[in-house]
Design a protein around this ligand. Structure first.
Ligand code: UDP
Length: 356
């Protein structure tokens, strides 16, 4: 297949503003190419990609991420929207006869609604759970037209859009290039928190866990909302939480690998949680709230612990039981289920079904 990948309009690739979408897109470009497909990425200007990736960079104003808005906020399309500009480019390319399918990563109603006008099929890989009434309607509209054309990363994510949608979409999970993650057998005692510094990622609870366990928590990710960090630091003055910045995958995996565990203490329904499989690939067990994708990834008691949502004491209790986890099991589980090849294979099968 000759595939056009439409990137997220919330930030250039490599900026971290796109969250897990950035890694997912990178992984798929490589994985699908290895399977013999050709991939062209359409993304905002200033996007950084591997030298071998074919990319069209498009200018325009970035969009406000949906997770920062209320459910019922009316759609905000900025003047000179980068998404409108990217979509225009995608439709022009689609008319050239050189492409077979569009793979859309934008969590925005526009491509869902406008795909009707596109001369080639559009497949939507939805990157977040239900966050806005507008997106719910857009996803429902696309599914009504053809259930095949929508895929999600986890069953929990799909269920957040309602039972009917959940029963009709394809679940493809996610995957990573395992060669980019080194296995670490002997960790130190620190815990890792890898997420955008934002309310929905549960920064407050990371501070609470640091306080309860007395362990250092290293926080890695884009500083999206400084006030969330400052509020948590004020509430938990004795917590040793170190902000380590937004790191490239190579540096991140090295730091992450040294951790005793990754804690996932999010407030929202995490669609998948790429960071969970990245940690496991380094041999790092994951302690997660039972909320969204991470609970489908972690084998409770074998590769980490799944605890009740919002229960920081349960997270601290799980930290005490980390000695029962074999770090090798964490790595092998990712090798079995979440390799780049396995993920690309699932997505290629889905795209073939959409294209039929
Ligand atoms: N990430 C990174 N450097 C950092 C912290 C995070 O590259 O210092 C990446 C991480 O590898 C992951 C993404 O940010 O791919 C976060 O994705 P996830 O699916 O966990 O959450 P999202 O932000 O999409 O909700």
């Amino acid at each position: 297949m000759r595939i056009i990948c439409l990137s997220t309009p919330v930030g250039p690739l490599g900026s971290g503003l796109g969250g897990g979408v950035e890694l997912t897109l990178r992984t798929l470009v490589r994985g699908l190419s290895t399977l013999g497909h050709t991939v062209t990425v359409v993304a905002p200007v200033d996007s950084h990609v591997a030298p071998t990736t074919t990319i069209e960079r498009v200018g325009g104003a970035l969009h406000v991420p949906s997770q920062t808005l209320d459910r019922s906020t009316p759609p905000v399309v900025p003047d000179d929207s980068v998404l409108v500009n990217m979509w225009r480019r995608v439709t022009e390319m689609s008319r050239s006869g050189n492409f077979d399918i569009v793979l859309n990563f934008a969590y925005d109603a526009l491509p869902f609604v406008a795909s009707r006008e596109c001369p080639i099929p559009v497949a939507h890989l939805v990157s977040m759970g239900s966050l806005s009434d507008e997106m719910d309607r857009a996803v429902a509209m696309a599914v009504d037209r053809s259930s095949r054309c929508v895929a999600m990363h986890s069953h929990a994510q799909a269920r957040s859009f309602g039972r009917e949608i959940a029963g009709r979409v394809t679940v493809v999970a996610s995957g990573i290039d395992l060669s980019a993650y080194d296995y670490v057998e002997a960790p130190d005692t620190s815990l890792a928190f890898v997420a955008r510094i934002s309310r929905e990622k549960g920064v407050r609870d990371a501070f609470a866990v640091a306080t309860l366990t007395g362990r250092v928590v290293n926080a890695f990710g884009v500083m999206e909302d400084r006030s969330v960090w400052d509020d948590a630091a004020r509430e938990f003055p004795n917590a040793t939480v170190e902000y380590r910045g937004f790191l490239t995958t190579d540096v991140l995996q090295r730091e992450l690998g040294r951790s005793a565990a990754l804690i996932m203490v999010h407030y929202w329904v995490e669609a998948f949680g790429n960071v969970a499989i990245e940690a496991l690939a380094c041999g790092v067990p994951v302690i997660t709230y039972d909320r969204g994708g991470p609970a489908e990834i972690v084998h409770h008691g074998r590769t980490g612990f799944v605890v009740p949502p919002d229960d920081v004491s349960a997270v601290a209790g799980a930290v005490d039981r980390l000695g029962t986890i074999q770090r090798r099991d964490c790595r092998s589980d990712v090798e079995d289920r979440y390799s780049e090849q396995a993920f690309a294979g699932r997505v290629a099968a889905w795209l073939a079904a959409v294209g039929r």
